[in-house]
Design a protein around this ligand. Structure first.
Ligand SMILES: *Cc1c(COP(=O)(O)O)cnc(C)c1O
Length: 328
């Protein structure tokens, strides 16, 4: 199979294409983190994105690129929640039928929202990887188009549009810190940043519990990890033994990857809530955790942390906030 490289031009095209469906999110300075670290630190607020996560960027780029015939047949995807919601949202806006396969591990709030968007939800398997197998079967049976959550050039280019906005809104950027799971988000952002200025560092952050990309990078080959319950449920799941793009792109572009613990994720969720009045889900807050707990060395003068999603159950957030002492 010939591999179609993702290019900066693809990212620029994506940025034009997705404009009607995804917003340009704000970039704010974190006074607290800037002062603590003695640098300028910006937060890119994809938790305020339509559907509550950046995933709408990739989903919009993919669905807006389908042929008429593909659109008429419909799409299918597998998701740990946010990608499914983004695909369901875009599909509804464009009048495309969407089947969303979710594992039993996806929080009920995320499932409900997806159903509310009119998508056909199939709950299958205990883990993301099991749900992915089922999605493959349904896709073959029904001739649907697979909207992969990360390993697709159009998805990567869509997520990469964040990188273009960072370059415009924070031109002094020396390091970008990006939540990492399957690697679509970081591959796209790193491509956009490094094609423009190769000296910009890109750091991936993921959770200690089941870090598939982190372990695969260390092993130099794709490895399977055991999925464990984590506050960062959006980052759960493997990167796929049939991975074509993101593993290679992360190997090529990402300077370092670091891990954060459940306690650090909880601390960062409470920090975002208390200091910035922001609701951020566990998977979305790992970048903040990595700077708050000084996991990354040699940041440079201008750091941007991508805050990737907001879709946490409020009961979970409040429990975390109470445990962390920011809520009575
Ligand atoms: C999907 C997701 C990520 C990780 O994106 P990948 O492209 O899989 O690396 C990070 N944060 C949130 C909130 C997500 O939904």
């Amino acid at each position: 199979m010939s591999i179609r490289e993702v290019s900066l031009t693809d990212v620029h095209h994506a940025h034009q294409r997705i404009r009607p469906l995804a917003i340009r999110t704000p970039l704010i300075e974190s006074q607290q983190l800037s002062e603590m670290l003695g640098i300028r630190l910006g937060l890119k607020l994809e938790n305020l994105q339509v559907t509550g996560s950046f995933k709408v960027r990739g989903a919009a780029n993919k669905l807006l690129s389908l042929s008429t015939q593909e659109s008429e047949r419909g799409v299918i995807t597998v998701s740990s929640g946010n990608h499914g919601r983004a695909v369901a949202y875009v599909a509804r806006r464009l009048g495309i039928h969407a089947v969303i396969c979710l594992s039993e591990a996806v929080p009920p709030g995320k499932v409900e929202v997806i159903q509310g968007l009119g998508a056909e939800v199939v709950i299958c398997g205990k883990t993301y990887d099991e749900a992915a197998e089922e999605a493959q079967r349904i896709q073959n049976d029904r001739g649907l188009t697979m909207v992969h959550p990360f390993d697709d050039p159009l998805i990567i280019a869509g997520q990469g549009t964040i990188g273009l906005e960072l370059l415009e809104d924070f031109p002094q950027i020396s390091t970008a810190i990006v939540p990492l799971s399957g690697g679509g988000l970081i591959s796209g952002i790193a491509l956009a940043l490094k094609s423009t200025d190769p000296s910009i560092q890109v750091i991936g952050v993921t959770m200690e519990r089941g870090p598939a990309m982190f372990q695969s990078l260390r092993a130099g080959k794709i490895v399977e990890v055991v999925e464990e319950p984590t506050l960062a449920d959006a980052l759960a799941g493997g990167i796929g033994f049939d991975n074509v793009y993101t593993f290679r792109m992360v190997q090529e572009y990402v300077d370092d990857t670091v891990l954060v613990s459940e306690e650090e994720i909880a601390g960062a969720m409470a920090f975002a809530l208390e200091k910035h009045r922001l609701i951020v889900e566990g998977g979305g807050v790992v970048g903040i955790a990595s700077v708050l707990y000084r996991k990354v060395k040699g940041l440079g003068e201008g750091v941007v942390v991508v805050v990737s999603g907001a879709n946490v159950e409020l009961s979970t957030l409040f429990e975390v906030a109470r445990e962390q002492g920011v809520l009575q």
